[in-house]
Design a protein around this ligand. Sequence first.
Ligand code: FAD
Ligand code: NAI
Length: 471
Amino acid sequence: MSDDKFDVVFIGGGPGGYIGAIKAAQLGLRTACVEMRGALGGTCLNVGCIPSKALLQSSHLYHEAEAEFARHGIKTGGLSVDLKTMMARKTQVVTDLTTGIEGLFKKNKVAYIPGRGRIASPGTVLVSLSAGGERSLTAENIVIATGSEVMGLPGVEIDEKLILSSTGALSLSKVPKHLVVIGGGYIGLEMGSVWGRLGAKVTVVEFLDRITPGMDGELSRNLQRSLTGQGMAFRLGTKVTAARKVRGGVELSLEPAKGGDKETLKADVALVAIGRKPFTDGLGLAEAGVAMDARGFIPVDEDYQTNITGIFAIGDVLPDRPMLAHKAEDEGVVLAEKLAGHAAAVNYDAIPAVCYTWPEVATVGQSEEQLKDAGIAYNKGRFSFAANSRARSSGDTEGGFVKLLADKSTDRLLGAHIIGPDAGTLIAELVLALEMGASSEDIALTCHAHPTLNEAVKEAALAVTGKPLNS
Ligand code: FAD
Ligand code: NAI
């Protein structure tokens, strides 16, 4: 077989493409992955999940040392931020992880082809090689896993110096005095937290009258309250109509979302975080006849096949699904299984979402608003971290709770919502419960180690039937 003939070629080496490629190779398919950014791991590892979590951790430690250590009886000397070292650590974490994927590719016999891929025709991918020259790959199956890019705002030109996307916000060389974040979603709140903890005044301008749309409303309100307590300011129901560079920073034009008087807001830097859009530039989709929707997303059938036989799509380029790394990974695995002739499916009702602020917020399944809209009767169990002995010992109780929603007649778990310490880890048992069709009683009858934060999950399950033990 020729070096350039494959069973499957993934275009894009992000969480969807690289995980899908490893799985396909493990299942015996001759697999290649084309990636143009010079490193594997996609948005997530290079300029998304991982660098943001590295900075969230560093800034959290600084905040703890500054604001919390004294309460534990720990005295510190003059505390200061060495941003250069913090950024270098972040870069090292990213480099270690992305080069690790190259090792995984070798181990699993995935051909890594650095370069920009284009679908020349169904069955053929033409790669403009990063090292120069072109290479033509033939593949029975082509997978578009090219991810997403930042969505711009009319009248606001991103230069990554004064007006930033998340990528620029991950690499500032000094702590801004005033950061204005446009968009109160995941990126805005996480990056706002990083720079707020390091000393910036942070103002979040959000179009809607709430932050984190889609999140259970009670959690969203509690998150806003906690972040406000940390010094973050919110301008809800407000839109940014223009941004212009002025001496010493940026001047933003704001107006009420519903219309009204304009005002201006000055900042050192502004971050545009109003969502992301599919990235399919230069892929040759129109020429190959691959259909896209009005917003550029690629619709697929239940086998992730586009309208063209043998061309598939996974990850952030798909419409009407959350843009999350673990969702892209699961789609990559399921598609690989399907291409290898196995039955597989992603359960979109059990995809967790985690906002890595402090407190963290983690959710899976349906929110109270969704259940009410669907007319589904439910019981609610809520347990506060203030009554959890481990959270009390750590001093991490502020505003946090676990809320479980279970079907009123069957007790089957329908939704789980946590705001509090390590919520992103705590949600895992509830994702499993949802996946297994467990009832709140199943969770309540499961032994949870003491003293752990997980006991709050058990107590919330007990509370569904009104009988928590510790509150
Ligand atoms: P991507 O990760 O975008 O990967 C696509 C890859 O394809 C890119 O590397 C690109 O260079 C490459 N590519 C594109 N076109 C071509 C071409 N023609 N030829 C070759 N290569 C090409 N999600 C979470 O679940 N948790 C988080 O904590 C989280 N944090 C985030 C923080 C930030 C700041 C951002 C921006 C995103 C975050 N996300 C997070 C979202 C997550 O990064 C995405 O959902 C995920 O990366 C999508 O994976 P993907 O494989 O679909 O695409
Ligand atoms: P988002 O969709 O989470 O939030 C965007 C926010 O901007 C929304 O609240 C929206 O109402 C608001 N908005 C839209 N237009 C606006 C305007 N003109 N003015 C003011 N506000 C406006 O998008 P975000 O934060 O950019 O993140 C993109 C994607 O990346 C998300 O879909 C998310 O899934 C993913 N992500 C995930 C993370 C995680 O899992 N922890 C972390 C960061 C990003």
